[in-house]
Design a protein around this ligand. Sequence first.
Ligand SMILES: *Cc1c(COP(=O)(O)O)cnc(C)c1O
Length: 463
Amino acid sequence: MPAHPAGPRHEDIVHAAAIGEVPHDLNALSPAVWPLTAERVDGVLSVAGVPATDAVAEFGSPLFMLDEKHFRAAARSYAEAYAGADVYYAAKAFLTTRVARWAVEEGLRIDVCTLGEMEVALRAGVPGESLLFHGNNKSVAELRRALEVGVGRIVIDSVTEIERLADLARALGVRPKVLVRVTVGVEAHTHEFIATAHEDQKFGLALAGGVAFAAAQTVASEPAMELIGLHSHIGSQIFDAAGFEVAAHRMAGLVADLVNSGIAVAELNLGGGMGIAYTDDEDPPQVADMAKQLTAIVTRECELAGVPVPRLAVEPGRAIVGSAGITVYEVGTVKAVDLGGRSRLYVSVDGGMSDNIRTALYGADYTVVLANRESVADPVVARVVGKHCESGDVVVRDAWLPGDVRAGDLLAVAATGAYCRSMASNYNYLPRPAVVSAASGECQVMLRRETLDDLLAADAGVD
Ligand SMILES: *Cc1c(COP(=O)(O)O)cnc(C)c1O
């Protein structure tokens, strides 16, 4: 008798649980994770009628493809669901001048948090009035520019900033509308949230201990600015309204305290963080349902607190651009690694953590398919890795891919529209990929692919 009964090895079990059942059809494109216009045409993945193979031939690989129709539809669904409220597109998810125009054309405003993001929006022709300016350490130069262009809202993040902004506003003879950012002790991340009395983080002013109340009072008594409202942002990848409910409840309490001391609060901005599906296992709520719930929660909490209901604002980023974008990579090497009786196929692509840091940084999950052809080969357990000099350089940790995947194939990763290109780096001197928008059978460059000359341009030692 063997010491251990025959059966699945421990790591096999862990592994199977991590990547789920063998999929029925490796070639299928689940609408939950792929862009609206994604389909296979003659086996080739295409976006808005543009085959990934053609796009890569023209613009190089890796390549980000952004589905314009998807972006616009998502933006419009937010504008419609939050009619009577304000929706700010969170620029940090991904911003170019064209993206800024799409957002504004579909009825959104834009939330920026640096001079750079502000400049992109302004160069796109977005009026300063449509911008909201965030940041825990806005420089004097950034604040001055914001005042000069008449930014619609400035979110005060510290007591230091109140005086800094007031001095600038007086010097320029303007009176900005400001919100006070409040940390309410609710932290939401990947479908769960925790509520605590205190919050140990760099953003905002604490509700606890009356810090936020005192800051709002200071702002309200400062003639150089107008206190328009309060702001809170509780996290990312939020899948239900429970976290917002706790935040809204606490914010309503603060609104009541302020109103009772003679300070009106016209706006309540509940921030962003609305979740999307990266894999078929995730099931985010409908935009309209979440909007109804948030509106009802704020209304109920303010009515219970006996104060006028402020105008609601939200700041989705990922929920608008995340699923609109995909990354197309070319496979360079394929290596079967023996794990003792079973093997894992390491599929190396021509990008990696420099164009998608989320897997390494957050352990994010993604969906990947063969893009240049369909395959009926048996599924194998694969790991899609990049070309960087780090063993943590993983794009998709656990995936099923057809066993005949080989060098020269193209792989497409879904839902990379948010926080991939915007967080991209030049690690290992890799030029950052191009981003193209796809619509009606055509691609247009949004961001061209960087060249080695771009990278060397900053090197003072080059002749
Ligand atoms: C990051 C951020 C957002 C957007 O978050 P998403 O998860 O992309 O919706 C909105 N508001 C603030 C203050 C943020 O920091």
